[in-house]
Design a binder for this molecule. Structure first.
Ligand code: HEC
Length: 159
């Protein structure tokens, strides 16, 4: 009788732990491929994308004051919150140097576009802008697919 009782309690306790683990798993790691909340990084990327479009348009219209205003928005793009950064670093692992270098070149090149715009250097602005686009692409080629697979579940990665 006593033995049976203890087993029941143990089962309940195990069940509660299981539920807790499942909940925290969903909240912290969010590996559910259906309802995964996006990384803050994704919103940061979407904002950079918008600013790149504005910049491309401004360059083609030789609207240098606008190019100058947009450049720091790209160069000083937000960083993901601390915990997300830790998750990203954990996932990227030994490639973190490369990942940071790509991010660094976005900063540098966006500033360079702004500088060229300031001195009405059409060719310089166009050239730096193309190089900037290429550094977005390089990082995506290397990391985007595996990020999506890892942080959002395998389903998304297949497309
Ligand atoms: C250091 C690496 C890195 C650099 C540099 C980088 N990206 Fe990204 N980008 C990523 C990763 C990783 C993802 C996937 C994020 C996700 O899906 O949550 C991504 C995703 C995106 C997306 C897709 C967002 C969506 O809705 O799925 C866009 C758009 C984007 N980046 C734009 C840019 C632009 C524009 C630049 C250059 C100005 C840039 N990125 C530079 C790593 C980078």
């Amino acid at each position: 009788m006593k033995y049976k009782h203890a087993r029941t309690e143990k089962r309940i306790a195990m069940g509660a732990i299981g539920t807790l683990m499942a909940m925290s798993g969903a909240m912290i790691w969010a590996d559910d491929s259906t309802a995964t909340p996006p990384l803050a990084l994704r919103k940061i990327m979407q904002d950079m994308d918008k600013n790149m479009l504005i910049m491309a348009d401004a360059i083609s219209h030789k609207d240098w004051p606008l190019v100058e205003r947009i450049a720091p928005l790209i160069a000083e793009h937000r960083q993901p919150p601390f915990i997300e950064k830790m998750r990203i670093m954990g996932f990227v692992g030994t490639s973190i140097g490369k990942y940071k270098a790509y991010d660094g070149s976005v900063v540098e090149l966006a500033q360079a576009v702004g500088k060229a715009a300031k001195s009405n250097d059409v060719q310089g602005a166009e050239l730096k802008f193309r190089t900037l686009q290429a550094s977005c692409d390089s990082c995506h080629n290397e990391f985007q697919k595996s990020f999506v697979a890892h942080f959002y579940g395998k389903k998304d990665a297949v497309q």
